[in-house]
Design a protein around this ligand. Structure first.
Ligand SMILES: C[S@@+](CC[C@H](N)C(=O)[O-])C[C@H]1O[C@@H](n2cnc3c(N)ncnc32)[C@H](O)[C@@H]1O
Length: 320
């Protein structure tokens, strides 16, 4: 190190206000007016010291409109690192440093009050303002980060691939099964048009009552609006339980038992929905645990449709 360098280090740190400023900015990013409040000093004094510290290359600044926020990230090595460690150790029990820390807490508390006052005033009107911060898609994307990476699931009776597409968007890898070749072709076309990653989607032709998967091959199984088409819904539930690994989930969405007989002719269903308790019984009979069934009313725009049930259950862990 040259003697010029050494002089610069000692000159910069020779002033107690500059050391106080550095200690504060090490703990918290602060604007000039906040530093003035903590130090009880005029703007010109604070700015002059900030200028010297900036010139020494010790500060990072960030401009926000007319405000500049300063931060000090202490160097870990070299003469500045050594000198700063010395200064910090020497000031460990310094009364002025303790008073500064208390004044700093007051400045931070004032920030929190500002934010809380804003929300106390805005209240329910926030729903109008919050659109600036993001849309439903962003929230959905955030939730998908909870999905374990590489989780593979089967979409039983994938049809045109609508659920498979949603599962892919949620970050899952999907085996999409349907017994109809035409439906699988439609699913393939839709998924390709949606830009699906071919490494994360596999289409397999097969029957829900004898799924083309080995035992425990996937981490979860879905059947969305499929049971009502199956000769034996119970066989399909047993199969879903078989192909899911321990700890994984089986999820079923279908109509609750109803009397819309037109669905037989116009939609080709075999079953007019299912009583929730029957689905619960079949899930339990397949050895599944933690059965949860939720009944949803139809959406307002489809008020004449039946209620829907969302059922889920888990394949038990071997020693649970
Ligand atoms: C109403 S569609 C549902 C499609 C998709 N799950 C959805 O929600 O958009 C029912 C699908 O189940 C398929 N399916 C019916 N019986 C089946 C069976 N025994 N095995 C496999 N798939 C079957 C049909 O080919 C059809 O694609």
């Amino acid at each position: 190190m040259s003697s010029d360098q050494l002089q610069k280090v000692f000159k910069t740190l020779a002033d107690s206000t500059r050391v106080r400023i550095l200690r504060l900015l090490e703990r918290e990013e602060l604007a000039v007016n906040e530093l003035m409040d903590v130090l009880s000093m005029t703007q010109s004094r604070v700015s002059r010291h900030l200028g010297i510290l900036r010139e020494a290359g010790l500060l990072r600044d960030r401009r926000e409109g007319t405000f500049v926020h300063y931060r000090f990230v202490p160097p870990t090595d070299g003469p500045w690192g050594d000198a700063w460690r010395l200064a910090t150790r020497a000031l460990e029990d310094d009364a002025e440093a303790r008073a500064d820390a208390v004044a700093l807490e007051a400045v931070i508390a004032a920030r929190a009050v500002k934010s809380r006052t804003f929300f106390d005033e805005v209240g329910p009107e926030w729903d109008g303002l919050r659109k600036v911060f993001g849309d439903d898609m962003l929230r959905a994307r955030a939730i998908t980060r909870l999905v374990p990476p590489h989780l593979r699931v089967v979409d039983v009776g994938t049809g045109t691939g609508a659920l498979a597409r949603d599962l892919l968007h949620a970050g899952l890898t999907v085996v999409a099964v349907d017994h109809s070749r035409r439906m699988l072709d439609a699913a393939r076309a839709n998924l390709e048009a949606d830009g699906a990653d071919p490494d994360r989607i596999e289409l397999r032709q097969g029957d829900a009552a004898a799924l083309p998967l080995v035992d425990g091959e996937v981490g979860g199984a879905f059947a969305h609006m499929v049971l009502q088409y199956l000769a034996s819904p119970a066989d399909a539930i047993r199969e879903m339980a078989r192909v899911v690994a321990p700890g994984g989930a089986v999820v079923i969405v279908d109509f609750v038992a109803h009397d819309r007989t037109w669905m037989r002719d116009e939609l080709g269903v075999l079953w007019l929905g299912f009583p929730p308790d029957e689905i619960r019984g079949q899930l339990e009979a397949s050895g599944l645990v933690d059965v949860r069934i939720e009944v949803q009313p139809p959406a307002a725009r489809n008020a004449d449709l039946p209620e829907t049930l969302v059922a889920s259950a888990r394949v038990p862990e071997p020693n649970a």
